[in-house]
Design a protein around this ligand. Structure first.
Ligand SMILES: [Zn+2]
Length: 163
């Protein structure tokens, strides 16, 4: 698959396109390039194929809050240096049809994934926070499930889904 920068416009899977996976209002605002390398596009295809498309097939349209992040964009949004977003292996998303905790639960029971994190769900508003999920190509998906909470302004990660 040849990826011509910066105009690759193609579909990654039936319902997910490349532009949707690299779109970032922060990158637009700051004028940061957010094009993915060929290797990262292949990771995005797999992320869509094994995580996002099955969710789309089950629950309809989902909104991608953040997909691929170039190193410059990741720095601008304060992402972890080892973030799987930087490899095209992770996305943050939510659905209008199912709450974030229930979506995370469905993924944990139905899909093969590397890391699944219910991020910043406040325990009250079903739409608070979002779901982060990653997929790796080499068959070493760990199936790691976590919950990210903000405690006194700091992020804490707990094992499992705390809803
Ligand atoms: Zn994320």
């Amino acid at each position: 698959m040849a990826v011509k920068k910066p105009s690759y416009n193609g579909h990654l899977t039936k319902n997910f396109g490349y532009q949707e996976m690299i779109k970032s209002s922060t990158a637009d605002r700051l004028g940061i390039s957010n094009d993915a390398t060929r290797e990262h596009v292949i990771n995005l295809v797999n992320l869509c194929n094994f995580i996002l498309q099955p969710i789309r097939d089950e629950f309809g349209v989902i909104r991608i809050n953040s997909g691929y992040r170039s190193p410059a964009l990741n720095k601008a949004v304060g992402g972890s240096k080892t973030s799987q977003h930087c490899n095209g292996q992770a996305a943050d998303f939510e659905s209008t049809r199912i709450s974030n905790p229930n979506l995370a639960k469905w993924i944990s029971e139905n899909l093969i994934f590397d890391q699944l994190i219910l991020e910043f769900y406040d325990g009250v508003d079903p739409n608070s926070g979002w779901v982060h999920c990653s997929y790796v190509l080499d068959g070493s998906n760990r199936g790691k499930v976590m919950t990210a909470l903000r405690v006194n302004g700091k992020t804490q990660y707990k094992s499992g889904l705390l809803t």
